[in-house]
Design a protein around this ligand. Structure first.
Ligand code: ADP
Ligand code: MG
Length: 349
């Protein structure tokens, strides 16, 4: 981790102790939501949303597995750690309201580092109107581990699961796919170059969008709101964290259906196409198998086609079929192949 640029003296965490650190980092966390009855500072938080169901999700990020601090600034890491959890709440068609944050911190981190992490965490909370209501802080023998639990609310009849897709439903994705994976490839490539030649400047020109998609993903709250405004309730939904193929397999398996998607309809950004070529990859490969896009994959009834078409940033990429053994992709040259899960899997890296 690069600390040389920072001229401020660093405060060792042991100087403040556990309680001092918690006090320092949670000072700026102010609860604003009506559902938060009691936030940080007691043995447990108290929350309540009458008439609604509660949606809960947890994600854990471990240094060296999910992030590399040589190229991820701590502020971005904090933002992203919250964003990916909120994405899971939105993909249930619920509204996130609270998070708790648990940290295991090694002695290489100073109080200022953790404050930097929290500035990102709290920025995401502010952007998405979520209260930080608690957490836990422990020491780790090496590295940083961040576990976040997000809590949201929805009307029970509005919850959208993975299992509701039916035959002929349209398969939709938001935004574009593969960009976050390519952003990571770019960062890793430049890290290798820097290792051999520390004075060389990293070459990121023309690929800023890909870096942003890797370092600062945004959950698609905007789409959830637009679907609601258009009075569309998807039949199934999932967020794309492990690649389109892998998520499509989840939807089909849990709905006991098949699918047919078309390469030509898969949305891919110009910069993704350009960098894929540099890496000698077909652009559809990162779109199908790259992780961390945090876009939404969902299915809607055919008669919602017009309404869906009127919402910007949603692409219809295919439809649901009846045979659960047949998950197919039609390539632009007419060849048809099975959809295979080759996405991000932290036990395989
Ligand atoms: P306890 O010993 O009862 O678990 P702690 O001393 O761990 O209490 O925590 C005190 C308060 O600070 C609690 O409200 C807890 O939720 C909150 N807290 C602890 N660590 C964090 C953290 N990393 N982020 C946010 N809140 C935290
Ligand atoms: Mg505790």
């Amino acid at each position: 981790m690069s600390t040389s640029k920072n001229i401020k003296p660093f405060t060792e965490i042991k100087q403040l102790g556990e309680f001092g650190l918690i006090e320092r980092i949670t000072q700026k966390a102010k609860s604003t939501r009506k559902e938060t009855i009691l936030g940080i500072g007691d043995d447990a938080a108290v929350i309540n949303s009458p008439q609604k169901v509660t949606v809960v999700t947890t994600d854990m990020l471990a240094e060296g597995i999910h992030f590399d601090l040589t190229y991820v600034p701590l502020k971005h890491l904090g933002y992203k750690a919250v964003a990916v959890n909120l994405s899971d709440i939105y993909s249930m068609n619920a509204e996130p309201a609270h998070i708790t944050v648990s940290l295991a911190i090694s002695s290489k981190f100073s109080v200022e580092h953790i404050e930097e992490l929290y500035s990102g965490l709290l920025k995401a909370c502010e952007t998405y109107n979520v209260d930080l209501i608690g957490g836990d802080t422990v020491a780790s023998p090496s590295g940083l581990v961040i576990s976040i639990t997000a809590i949201g609310y929805a009307n029970e009849n509005e919850i959208v699961k993975r299992c509701g897709a039916i035959v002929n439903d349209l398969i939709c994705v938001t935004g574009n796919l593969g960009a976050a994976f390519l952003g990571l490839k770019l960062l890793t490539r430049e890290k290798e170059v820097l290792k051999d030649n520390p004075s060389q400047k990293p070459k990121f020109a023309d690929y800023e969008y890909l870096l942003e998609r890797q370092l600062k993903p945004e959950p698609r709250r905007d789409i959830i709101l637009k679907l609601k405004q258009a009075d569309i309730l998807p039949s199934s939904m999932i967020d794309i964290s492990d690649g389109l193929s892998s998520e499509l397999i989840h939807i089909c398996k849990q709905s006991n259906k098949g699918c047919r998607i078309y390469e030509e309809h898969i949305p891919i950004h110009q910069q993704s196409k350009k960098l894929s070529k540099e890496f000698l990859l077909e652009p559809v490969i990162p779109a199908l198998n790259g992780g961390e896009d945090y876009e939404l994959l969902f299915t809607v009834k055919q008669f919602d086609y017009e309404k869906i078409n009127n919402i910007p940033d949603i692409s219809v990429i295919g439809h649901i079929t009846s045979n659960p053994e047949k998950l197919e992709i039609v390539f632009s040259d007419g060849t048809v192949t099975p959809v295979l899960a080759q996405g991000w899997n932290s036990f395989r890296v």
